[in-house]
Write a protein that binds this ligand. Structure first.
Ligand code: SAM
Length: 279
């Protein structure tokens, strides 16, 4: 029995079901249920929400989410070895946990969830950024989710919340902050995981805004930002010259010096520049 529920401790679950961690699946498990409950609480009040969890593994975070009162959890796990352990959790929380044995990159789960929806996950590092990018750029806004509470490598978390002028500032910061609020809410050392990864980790909490912070067409903004940061050491008049022959005039018209580099341009300025391509 553990501190948060009547289920066995996670070390016992892992031993019973033979869940030795597989590197190829990004398996670094959280075994401290007080910690997983704390991560669940960082997602806010769960009692009236459906929660999408990617990669439940042996179910430490899943148990935290359920113990913290999530209305329902839909857990998507690629590794079939974890299913018996997850079935035990489902039995302990009748009607509140559904487990899908699929690759989260291949699956559209939106039809299986009811609003409001929060996404909470200790993401596998190899697919974390890809999933985040998809959630932040869903093709329509507001998105199907209300908030994201996600574990990343600390370096990725820093790129999400980065401000102009820093090395970490780039495409991910613009994408994350244009239509959302993003902040780091927890920092974790490698020893918090079994096995420990090589690097520190951090939990990022992202809340979707109703409307973008500054108006812009999503596809145009992405194109401008991608061109600017693909050659981030170059001056903008050079890195963006492929976008328009009059790029210098456009930059000046929105108050950006053509000799500036991408990492000094604010989100508001990138949006203003993107709007010059809508006219
Ligand atoms: N949530 C558990 C925890 O906190 O202890 C496990 C986290 S572990 C970092 C990542 C989990 O994601 C593993 O259980 C792994 O099998 C699963 N996973 C990896 N790739 C996946 C994918 N493409 N779709 C769904 N699950 C995946």
């Amino acid at each position: 029995m553990s501190a948060i529920d009547d289920l066995p401790p996670l070390r016992e679950v892992i031993a019973t079901h033979g869940l030795s961690a597989r590197k190829a699946l990004g398996q670094n498990f959280l075994l401290d249920l007080n910690l997983t409950s704390k991560i669940a609480r960082a997602a806010g009040d769960l009692t009236g929400s459906d929660v999408l969890e990617i990669g439940p593994g042996p179910g430490g975070l899943t148990r935290g989410l359920l113990a913290e009162g999530a209305r329902r959890v839909l857990a998507v796990e690629k590794d079939a070895r974890c299913l018996p352990a997850l079935e035990e959790i489902a039995a302990a929380y009748p009607g509140r946990l559904d487990v899908v044995n699929e690759d989260a990159l291949e699956l559209d789960v939106t039809a299986r969830l009811n609003a409001p929806i929060k996404i909470v996950a200790n993401l596998p590092y190899n697919v974390g950024t890809e999933l985040l990018t998809r959630w932040l750029d869903p093709g329509h806004w507001p998105p199907f989710w209300e908030s994201l509470t996600l574990m990343f490598q600390r370096e990725v978390a820093e790129r999400i919340v980065a401000q102009p002028g820093s090395k970490a500032y780039g495409r991910l910061a613009i994408l994350s902050q244009w239509r959302s609020d993003a902040r780091i809410v927890m920092s974790l050392p490698p020893e918090a995981f079994t096995p420990p990864p090589k690097v520190r980790s951090a939990v990022v909490h992202v809340t979707a805004l109703e409307t973008p912070r500054f108006p812009a067409d999503a596809a145009i903004l992405q194109r401008v930002v991608a061109a600017a940061f693909n050659q981030r050491r170059k001056m903008l008049r050079a890195s963006l010259k492929g976008l328009a022959s009059d790029i210098e005039e456009r930059l000046v018209s929105v108050g950006i010096a053509p000799t500036d580099r991408a990492e000094t341009v604010s989100l508001e300025e990138f949006c203003a520049l993107a709007r010059t391509f809508e006219r």
